[in-house]
Structures are given as structure tokens and as C-alpha cells.
Write a new protein. Structure first.
Length: 237
């Protein structure tokens, strides 16, 4: 069944969120604050590790870097386009709409929704996994992503609230669209494009970690177009 991987992924997020709500009910505010910091710290290292693994190579016992210009230009151009169309604000509007439709009175809803959505939507696993699902019916990558998302959303929901559960909505929209368009997108996902996507996506995940751990407000949504440029640069000789 085409799209099964995304359905399972969304179900994992929802179940993880419900478990997080039950777990978070008995937590005092100071424990929740500590969990947010720990979640941010973990996200920082996940993002940093992903980015460095794509940029560092070991040759003759020495480390060398590659892809620095691709990373810089992808982020700069993506930031300019993202600020122009204000992707971050669009994400917030979606969060506000979902909050209204769900009848939630949680003041943290929109921030929780946007932050968790940026965490579970960004990355090569979402794109490549959805393409594999659409073309080959192979959901193995998305099953792995489901386990990771399940654990992440449990902690995020416990510390940030019900808005995290609704990150299943953009996951369904993004991965579902990629699955449906998989045959058109497959030629674009070369080894180089996937590597660029993973590196730039990891940097965006690092930015999510900064927002969580240090209460920053980096507009990660406005950096999302960087992912498109990262893929595009793989085809420049």
C-alpha cells in the first residue's frame, strides 16, 4: 500500500504525543523546563553530528572538510526566499488554525506545534523514505523515522504540551505529497543531492535545538527553502 509508511509515521507521532500528555500531567514546571533544555541539547548534538558527518572526511589520518560553499549558499539563498514569503509565519498561522479547530486553551500550543513540526519534518529520512515508499513500497526508512519521532514527541509533548501532537499534520502533508510525486522526484535524489539535503537539514535541526535549549527565536521555517537549494546545487558541475 503506497503511503503506508507515512500513515504509520503519523500514527507513531500521535501515540507518542498522547503518551507524552499522560507522562507530563504529573510533572512540575521545573521538571518540564529541564526536559525542554535536555531535548534541545539532544537536538543540538543530533544536528551537529549529522552536519559534521556530511562535511568531514578522514584522509591519511587528517580531517578535511567539503561542501562548505554549498552549505553557505544554500542557507543564504534559502533564508532570503524564506524571509520573502515568510514561511515561519505561515507555520504559525497553521498552528493558530489547528489550535482554534481543536478547541485547545494551551497558550503554548503554537510554539509547541511549530517547534515539533520543524523537528520531525526536516531531514533526508522524510524525503528519501517517502520516495522509497512511493516507488518501491519500501517503508523501512520511514519505520525507523517513526521510532525516532515517537520517542522525540513523547518528551516534547510532556514538556511543551498538546500542540506537539499536531505535528502529525505537516508530516502527513509533506511526506504524503513526496510519496505521490515520488516518480517525478526520484531522478533528483542522486547520492550528491541526498548528501546535501542531509547536511543542510542537520543544520536546520541544530537551529531547532538552539531554540529549545537557549530560548532563542531562530525562524527555522524561513530556512526551509535552503533544502531546495541544497538539492539544486548537487546538479551544478
Amino acid at each position: 500500500m503506497i503511503g503506508l509508511g507515512t500513515i504509520i509515521n503519523c500514527a507513531g507521532i500521535i501515540v507518542g504525543g498522547l503518551a507524552g500528555l499522560l507522562f507530563g500531567k504529573g510533572l512540575k514546571p521545573r521538571y518540564r523546563d529541564s526536559l525542554v533544555f535536555v531535548m534541545g541539547l539532544s537536538t543540538l548534538f543530533i544536528g551537529a553530528g549529522g552536519a559534521l558527518s556530511g562535511m568531514l572526511t578522514l584522509e591519511d589520518g587528517k580531517f578535511s572538510t567539503s561542501g562548505s560553499l554549498t552549505l553557505i549558499f544554500s542557507l543564504v539563498l534559502g533564508c532570503l526566499i524564506g524571509e520573502l514569503i515568510d514561511v515561519d509565519r505561515a507555520c504559525e498561522r497553521l498552528g493558530e488554525w489547528l489550535k482554534k479547530r481543536s478547541g485547545s486553551g494551551d497558550s503554548r500550543f503554537v510554539n509547541a506545534f511549530v517547534t515539533s513540526s520543524m523537528t520531525v519534518c526536516i531531514g533526508a529520512m522524510a524525503i528519501i523514505g517517502a520516495i522509497n515508499d512511493g516507488i518501491y513500497g519500501d517503508i523501512s526508512i520511514l519505520l525507523t523515522k517513526t521510532i525516532l519521532d515517537f520517542l522525540i514527541i513523547i518528551v516534547m509533548t510532556a514538556s511543551m504540551g498538546v500542540g506537539c501532537i499536531f505535528s502529525a499534520v505537516p508530516v502527513f502533508a509533506l511526506q504524503g505529497s513526496v510519496t505521490l510525486l515520488a516518480r517525478l522526484l526520484e531522478p533528483l535524489m542522486t547520492e550528491g543531492a541526498a548528501a546535501n539535503l542531509s547536511t543542510v537539514g542537520s543544520v536546520l535541526i541544530f537551529c531547532v535545538g538552539l531554540n529549545l535549549a537557549f530560548d532563542r527565536h531562530i525562524k527555522v521555517g524561513n530556512l526551509l527553502p535552503s533544502l531546495i537549494f541544497a538539492v539544486a546545487f548537487a546538479f551544478i558541475p
